[in-house]
Design a protein around this ligand. Structure first.
Ligand SMILES: [Zn+2]
Length: 505
């Protein structure tokens, strides 16, 4: 058996020699390079080889292409045309010009560039490429190309699973990742030009092997998102007044509550930018991870492996004469206690917490801290937030909601402290046009509630009051709930009732 195998390899090697294949030593001397450099080229995909038995073999022709500065030739076992066509049709539908399919042999580059351009023109936050079983046929797999737009995932194309690895390898080589690593997750970064070179995108790429093949997720970082200031978030005047009042206090804790992807970080950065504008505050933010760079804030990235934890960084921050300390998220008691103690010693502290409402966030703080008094003495403002999709202003059509919908909306508004009769009552529904990628919605705005901790609320906290009692007291004091704020956008023709239910359920 063993001899058989050996002779087979020898046979193959004989064949190889005839077909212009050389071994690694010959290839290295042909390229006049060193072994480590050669391995680097191989790992990065600049150079393509094949394994014959255990030995690497290289086509002389490929080595010559490399010497001439040309990329490796990629043999596609399935035609890329259908995928290329579906991407270019979609781009044409959205009116994207200047995206040309590259020359033959560069089809893969066209596909990948098209996928990225599509993400940009759809205003997507993420591009997802992953293999899945075909419905009804567990033996067959296909690949889904999906985009997350305004928080909702949409399938844009499906393609032949045989194209998956070449597409992934193209992304890996752009992200300077190891092409031969297919068993472990990898992360990379791609800086790429779109819109005929007028726009530069910053992409974070994550490769994650699944049981039926590798997947890639591309996050498109939108640097405009962090340029937001509080006044451009479309909050109501009452909410803005509360926020400005809290930001101008000499000390105290401000907490932003919401689930993942609710826009908490955007609001937190907007708060930091507002502190930056005052030009007289030392701001230290401890982040996990640092995603956007701020102008006048000392940003520290948490790195548990290197021993930089929230706690350790905060202790060092406190010795660095700060006025403002921010943590991206409160996760445990030690971290919360550090922030609360910093607040008691005269600092402004900011953070986020996973909670469904402002009142729920207060309960979470009391529960994490293990005692109510320190929360009552430190917390000044809680803001709870969701992002709601806004109807595309270019194509939304007038709508007449049913009586049942109107009644439900009215009762949701009243329960949330909003005067239903004061609203404009212009209703609209989604249509679809190229400006909104045919989705009917374009962009998102925050729906919020701001809970100011008045002496009355503070004493409720000290007495360990329930979430319901805190919520009731806040509404009596004039808080409009997040649900009611969403209803306000519905009755103003900015969004639909279904969208209100989707984000506030
Ligand atoms: Zn539209």
């Amino acid at each position: 058996m063993k001899t058989n195998m050996k002779s087979k390899v020898v046979e193959q090697m004989k064949d190889s020699n005839q077909s212009g294949l050389v071994d690694m030593d010959e290839a290295i001397s042909h390229l006049k390079t060193t072994r480590p450099t050669f391995y680097r080229w191989l790992r990065s995909g600049k150079l393509k080889g094949m394994k014959v038995g255990r030995q690497w073999r290289f086509y002389k022709e490929e080595l010559d292409r490399f010497l001439k500065g040309e990329g490796p030739r990629i043999e596609l076992s399935s035609s890329p045309e259908p995928l290329l066509k579906s991407i270019s049709d979609k781009l044409a539908e959205l009116g994207v010009k200047g995206w040309n399919t590259a020359a033959d042999g560069e089809k893969l580059k066209s596909i990948v560039q098209g996928m990225i351009s599509l993400g940009d023109s759809m205003r997507a936050s993420d591009i997802h490429i992953s293999p899945h079983p075909v419905a009804g046929d567990l033996m067959a797999n296909h690949v889904l190309l999906r985009y997350r737009v305004d928080g909702v995932l949409r399938t844009v194309s499906e393609f032949d699973v045989r194209l998956l690895q070449p597409v992934i390898d193209e992304f890996k080589s752009m992200a300077k990742c190891d092409l031969h690593e297919r068993q472990h997750p990898q992360d990379g970064r791609i800086i790429v030009k779109v819109d005929t070179g007028r726009k530069t995108l910053d992409l974070r790429v994550c490769f994650l092997p699944s049981t039926i093949g590798e997947t890639v997720t591309i996050r498109i970082l939108d640097s405009n998102a962090v340029k937001l200031d509080i006044d451009s978030l479309y909050f109501t005047q009452k909410n803005l007044d509360n926020i400005h009042k809290a930001l101008n206090l000499p000390n105290g804790m401000i907490i932003v509550a919401g689930p993942t992807g609710s826009g908490k970080t955007t609001v937190l950065y907007a708060f930091l930018r507002s502190f930056e504008k005052r030009n007289c505050l030392k701001i230290i933010s401890i982040e996990d991870p640092v995603e956007y760079l701020l102008e006048k804030t000392v940003q520290v990235g948490v790195n548990v492996h290197a021993g930089v934890t929230f706690s350790k960084a905060t202790r060092a921050a406190l010795r660095s004469d700060p006025d403002v300390i921010m943590h991206t998220e409160i996760r445990d008691r030690e971290q919360l206690q550090l922030l609360q103690n910093s607040t008691l010693t005269g600092h402004i502290t900011l953070s986020t917490i996973h909670a469904d409402s402002a009142a729920a966030a207060i309960r979470r703080l009391i529960d994490i801290a293990g005692e109510p008094w320190i929360t009552s003495d430190t917390i000044k403002l809680l803001l709870s937030l969701r992002l709601i999709r806004i109807l595309c202003p270019h194509c939304a059509k007038p709508d007449e909601p049913s009586q049942e919908t109107i009644e439900r909306a009215a009762s949701m508004a009243r329960a949330g402290g909003l005067d239903w009769s004061s609203l404009p009552h212009v209703y609209k529904k989604a249509a679809g046009c190229p400006k909104c990628a045919m989705l009917g919605f374009r962009g998102r705005r925050g729906v919020v509630e701001t809970l100011m901790v008045t002496p009355e609320i503070s004493s409720l906290i000290r007495n360990n009051a329930s979430q319901e009692n805190i919520q009731r007291a806040a509404i009596e004091q004039g808080m409009t709930t997040m649900v009611a704020d969403a209803i306000r956008r519905f009755a103003g023709g900015e969004t639909t009732f279904d969208e209100v239910l989707r984000v506030t359920r």
